[in-house]
Design a protein around this ligand. Sequence first.
Ligand SMILES: *Cc1c(COP(=O)(O)O)cnc(C)c1O
Length: 373
Amino acid sequence: MNIPFLSFSGQHDPIRAEVLAAMARVYDSKWYVLGQEVEQFEAAYAAFNEVGHCIGVGNGLDALHLSLRALEIGPGDEVIVPSNTYIATWLAVSYVGATIVPVEPRLDTYNLDPQLLEAAITPRTRAIIPVHLYGQACEMKAIMSVAHQHNLYVIEDNAQAHGATYNGQLTGSFGHLNATSFYPGKNLGALGDAGAVTSNNPGLAQRIKALRNYGSTEKYLNNIIGYNSRLDELQAAVLSAKLPHLSAWTAQRQQISAWYTEMLADIPGLTLPHTAPGCSHVFHVYVVRTMQRDALQQFLATSDIGTLVHYPVPPHQQLAYEHLGWGQGRFPVAEELARTSLSLPVWPGLTADQVAFIAKQVRLFFEAQPNKY
Ligand SMILES: *Cc1c(COP(=O)(O)O)cnc(C)c1O
């Protein structure tokens, strides 16, 4: 059995005709930028996310960057971000010249620890960017309450958690502005780069619309220094074809994860995902943790099972952020996660037999070295 870390077959093969028809529709429309397809997808995604506004942009990183610009966050301002996120969250803060203030995650959920927020807030703090990492919703009640008390903006990074909920409310609908990504491998993915900002604030939504299109709301009139970061008509059409299937794909990810959790229970030395009360998990990735991470990954590779590490180097230890002077030991929880995390395959279409095989191999690995931990 050869099981890749990610395969699109389960998602894309059954809807090939629908997606190709959507692409042909764009081809024949002879309108390729900011037309009906983008408008229709924005309306459909806003409805899916239960928000008033969705603005399609070029990618998830731009969605974060434009959100910070729309809130006029810049040099001298501080923005709280998780210490263990994908680097895009940090880069967006760097783009606007604001100061990155990392806060450590909880070691059990891997999401921002709301109890550590107060200590990170200063008079210069302007915003918090909670990241619903791996697909699990952050503890939004606590985060929103701290933000409210200190008059801070919240920008959710919802790139990994389309359809997740906190106490029944969808992620991407809590913050003032919320960024998401439709990078192909995300739970809802385009056939290239794509992203969106979601919001319930009409004024801020309007600003994002201007920022994505050269700072213009009226053709050839530019009120602010904007960008070219528009969602393509072609990608919007593909996303509209895929969106109706997202809930079924999410259910499959959750089923696969439930199988893993059942089959991998009670292995000493192996930590399985923990979901906090009220937080739902859409399993963008299924992350296990072990001190034997590299050896386990190697063992699974020899069994033709693909795995990945999300993420091997935390942002503060990347060369790109060397100038901030945060070396080894500065954010120990993020470093511990980088050392011990391993993501198992969890794509829609993965069968019960395949999951059983992966679980069997994982168990075999630990049984072969009973005294290593
Ligand atoms: C993928 C991702 C992004 C960036 O999205 P792109 O579309 O690749 O720019 C941002 N934040 C998180 C947490 C992500 O996983």
